[in-house]
Design a protein around this ligand. Structure first.
Ligand code: ZN
Length: 249
């Protein structure tokens, strides 16, 4: 771990990936910390900035743009050209990174609970296969730091949103212990759940054809590690965003 970012896919020479820590976070949008890009050796790469909307649109970048590229209504990016820095911004939502060393293709998605319900991570795998001829078994994935099960408490409606498409959610959601009614007015005891979004994404990726041994999951929780990360939930909303980046070199 560097002072400003966590390295991603450091076992591969053809790709550089990072997830910025609090010290490398940026105010507002888009994520444009030149110092972080420079330290990661990506100062000359051309960034692609998706304007994230918690949906599942994924854009394919198949040639190097002349200028930094901003894409509306986009939460996922895939690319097969060198020198294009895919970026996403995060303050609890998970970044999911992809790399296929055989086809030399990459992908990066912003997967909060809404994006995860829509299956944005397996959709990126599918798109890498259709656009770039990748095969699931060749793809490596890294599920980055984000809000973990310890802190992701939700109402039953979030579980229900998952249940329609992902029946295995029951294995990854745990009912929160009942609270005295006077402690949280309006919350009936037993109506809250802790959901393991990282496990849901992992399972979705395995079902999409990625080998379990090709999936790495960050143990970091952005919500309960305030010394390292910004957190929308912990801070009650924040403009600070940590950046994820991935680039073929
Ligand atoms: Zn936590």
């Amino acid at each position: 771990m560097n002072e400003k970012y966590i390295s991603v896919f450091s076992q591969f020479e053809q790709v550089k990936g990072f997830f910025s820590l609090k010290s490398g976070a940026a105010d507002g949008f888009p994520y444009d910390r030149a110092d972080v890009f420079e330290e990661a050796g990506l100062a000359d790469a051309l960034p692609v900035w998706p304007k994230q909307v918690h949906q599942d649109h994924i854009e394919a970048v198949m040639e190097k743009p002349q200028y930094p590229l901003e894409l509306a209504d986009t939460d996922g990016l895939i690319a097969n050209v060198k020198g294009v820095l895919l970026t996403t911004v995060h303050a609890d939502c998970l970044p999911v990174y992809f790399f296929d060393p055989t086809k030399e293709a990459i992908g990066l998605v912003h997967a909060g609970w809404r994006g995860t319900v829509k299956g944005i991570a397996p959709k990126a795998v599918k798109k890498m296969c259709t656009e770039f001829g990748c095969h699931g078994e060749d793809i490596f994935a890294y599920i980055g730091p984000g809000i973990s099960k310890c802190c992701f408490e939700t109402g039953a409606e979030v579980c229900r949103a998952f249940q329609e498409s992902w029946p295995f959610i029951d294995e990854m959601a745990e009912q929160a212990p009942s609270r005295p009614p006077n402690q949280v007015p309006g919350n009936p005891p037993g109506e809250k759940y802790y959901i393991d979004l990282k496990a849901v994404n992992e399972r979705q990726l395995i079902d999409a054809g990625i080998k379990p041994e090709h999936i790495e999951i960050s143990p970091h929780c952005t919500c309960c590690e305030p010394e390292l990360f910004c957190s929308y939930r912990r801070e009650g909303g924040t403009y600070r965003r940590m950046g994820a980046g991935l680039c073929l070199i």
